[in-house]
Design a protein around this ligand. Structure first.
Ligand SMILES: NC(=O)c1ccc[n+]([C@@H]2O[C@H](COP(=O)([O-])OP(=O)(O)OC[C@H]3O[C@@H](n4cnc5c(N)ncnc54)[C@H](O)[C@@H]3O)[C@@H](O)[C@H]2O)c1
Length: 396
C-alpha cells in the first residue's frame, strides 16, 4: 500500500471540503470559513445546501446587527463557502470533513468516491458520533490519512472537538488536526477510538438512567429535568436535551454504543425511547417529543419557574444522586481506561455538553464513598450488572 505524505498541515489558505450540509455540516463550514479557510460544501441533497446557506446568512446578519461581527467579516465568512453540486467539487481540498447521515455503509461508499479524486496528502476526517474510526478507515485505500474530528452541536458555539485517531492513522495526523482545531478557536482533546469516544460514552447514563426513572414511574420527564437543573445546575435536563438532540439521533448513538460494547447492560437502550422514535415523536425537529413545541403546546419548559423549594425532597435528592453517581462512575471508568487524560476528561464534559463541573472534581466534592454507596444500593435493589462500579471507584 502506498503511504501518504503527512508533513505539517498548513493553517493558512487551507482548502476544506465538507460533505453533508445538515445541522453539523453547515456549522463546521461556518467555523472553518470564519478561520479563513476556503470551504467547499457538498450535500447529495442540493436543496439542503441552499436551505442551510440561507439559514447561515440569517445567523450572520443577526450577529452583525448585534455588533458581534462586522458586515465585512460576515460577507467574508459567507462568500468563502462555495456550494458544490457534485462531490468532485472537493477535489482540491487539503482536508475533508464528512458530516453525512450516521450510517457506516453510506459513509464508506462516500469515502471510496472521495479517494478516487482527492490528492494523496488530503486528510479525511469524519464527524461521526459513534461509528468506530478504525472500522471506517479500514475500507480506505490510504487509511493512514483518516481520523475522527468530532464537533458538538451547535458547532460554531460548542468549543469542544474530539480528535480521534484510529489504529491505522498516521502518527502525525492527530497532532496536525489538534493544532488546526486550536487555530480555529476550538478546544481540541485527544480521544481513544472506543464506542462513544469521550463525551458520548460518559454521558450515556444522563439519558439512560433518566429514561429508566420515568419508565419505572418514579418521576415524570418534567420532574427529572427540574431536579437536574435545580439541584445539579445542569443547563438542560436529560429530556429537554434529548428533544434538542433529536430522540432518534440519541437512540441511535445509544444503540451503537450498546452493540459495540458487546451488549454491556450499562448501556442498554430504553424501550420508552424506542417507542418515541417509532412514533416519530423526535423532539423539537418534529414539534413534539417529551415536550410539546407546537403553538398550542407547553414546550417552553426552560421558561417555567422552578417548583423545587430550597430543600429538595428525599425523592428529588435520590433521583439526582442516582443519575449523577452513574455519570461519575463512567467518568472514573474512563479515567481508569485512560480514554483521555484526566484534564481532557473534565474539559470534554464541560466544553462539549455544558456540564457545570468536571465529573472527577464533582465526585471528589460529593465524596466518592457516597457515590459508591449509591451504586451499591442500586445494585442490591436491582441485582443488575448495569450498576456495577468501576474497579477504580473504591480506590479514589
Ligand atoms: N446532530 C448532532 O447533535 C451531532 C453532533 C455531533 C456529531 N453528529 C454527527 O454528524 C453527522 C451528521 O449529523 P447531522 O445532525 O448534521 O445530520 P443531518 O441529517 O442534519 O445532515 C446530514 C446531511 O447529509 C446528507 N447526506 C446523506 N447522505 C449523503 C451522501 N451519501 N452524500 C452527501 N450527503 C449526504 C443529507 O442530505 C443531510 O443534509 C452524523 O454522523 C452525526 O452522527 C451529529
Amino acid at each position: 500500500m502506498e503511504k501518504t505524505q503527512n508533513s505539517k498541515l498548513k493553517t493558512h489558505n487551507l482548502k476544506v471540503g465538507i460533505i453533508g450540509s445538515g445541522t453539523m455540516g453547515i456549522g463546521i463550514a461556518q467555523v472553518a470559513s470564519n478561520a479563513g479557510c476556503e470551504v467547499f460544501l457538498y450535500d447529495a441533497n442540493a436543496a439542503q445546501t441552499e436551505k442551510s446557506l440561507s439559514g447561515l446568512k440569517k445567523t450572520l446578519n443577526k450577529l452583525t446587527e448585534k455588533g458581534k461581527l462586522t458586515a465585512e467579516k460576515a460577507n467574508e465568512v459567507f462568500n468563502n463557502i462555495k456550494p458544490c453540486t457534485d462531490i468532485s467539487g472537493l477535489k482540491d481540498s487539503d482536508l475533508v470533513i464528512e458530516a453525512i447521515i450516521e450510517n457506516k455503509e453510506i459513509k464508506t461508499k462516500v469515502f471510496g468516491e472521495l479517494e478516487s479524486f482527492v490528492s494523496k496528502e488530503c486528510i479525511i476526517g469524519s464527524n461521526t458520533s459513534s461509528i468506530s474510526i478504525t472500522s471506517l478507515s479500514s475500507e480506505l485505500k490510504n487509511p493512514e490519512r483518516f481520523i475522527g474530528i468530532h464537533f458538538f452541536n451547535p458547532a460554531p458555539l460548542m468549543p469542544l472537538v474530539e480528535v480521534i485517531p484510529g489504529l491505522l492513522t498516521d502518527k502525525d495526523v492527530p497532532q496536525n488536526i489538534y493544532d488546526l482545531m486550536k487555530s480555529w478557536g476550538k478546544t481540541p482533546v485527544f480521544a481513544k477510538d472506543i464506542p462513544g469516544f469521550i463525551v458520548n460514552r460518559i454521558a450515556r447514563p444522563f439519558y439512560g438512567e433518566a429514561l429508566r426513572i420515568v419508565e419505572e414511574n418514579i418521576a415524570t420527564p418534567q420532574e427529572v429535568d427540574e431536579v437536574m437543573r435545580t439541584i445539579g445546575n445542569f443547563k438542560m435536563g436529560p429530556f429537554e436535551l434529548m428533544d434538542l438532540i433529536g430522540i432518534d439521533v440519541n437512540f441511535s448513538v445509544t444503540q451503537t454504543v450498546y452493540k459495540d460494547y458487546f451488549f454491556d447492560p450499562k448501556y442498554k437502550p430504553s424501550l420508552l425511547q424506542q417507542r418515541m422514535a417509532e412514533a416519530k415523536l423526535l423532539g423539537r425537529k418534529t414539534g413534539k417529543g417529551f415536550y410539546d413545541y407546537t403553538e398550542t403546546g407547553s414546550g417552553k419548559q426552560e421558561a417555567l419557574p422552578s417548583t423545587i423549594n430550597q430543600q429538595p425532597t428525599s425523592n428529588q435528592q435520590a433521583i439526582f444522586m442516582r443519575i449523577l453517581s452513574m455519570l461519575i462512575n463512567e467518568g472514573v471508568e474512563a479515567k481508569r481506561l485512560k480514554i483521555a487524560t484526566d484534564d481532557d476528561l473534565e474539559l470534554a464534559m464541560q466544553k462539549g455538553v455544558n456540564y457545570p463541573k468536571g465529573l472527577l472534581a464533582w465526585g471528589k466534592e460529593i465524596g466518592y464513598e457516597k457515590i459508591s454507596e449509591t451504586l451499591q444500593n442500586l445494585y442490591d435493589d436491582y441485582q443488575e450488572e448495569r450498576y456495577r462500579q468501576s474497579p477504580l471507584l473504591k480506590k479514589m
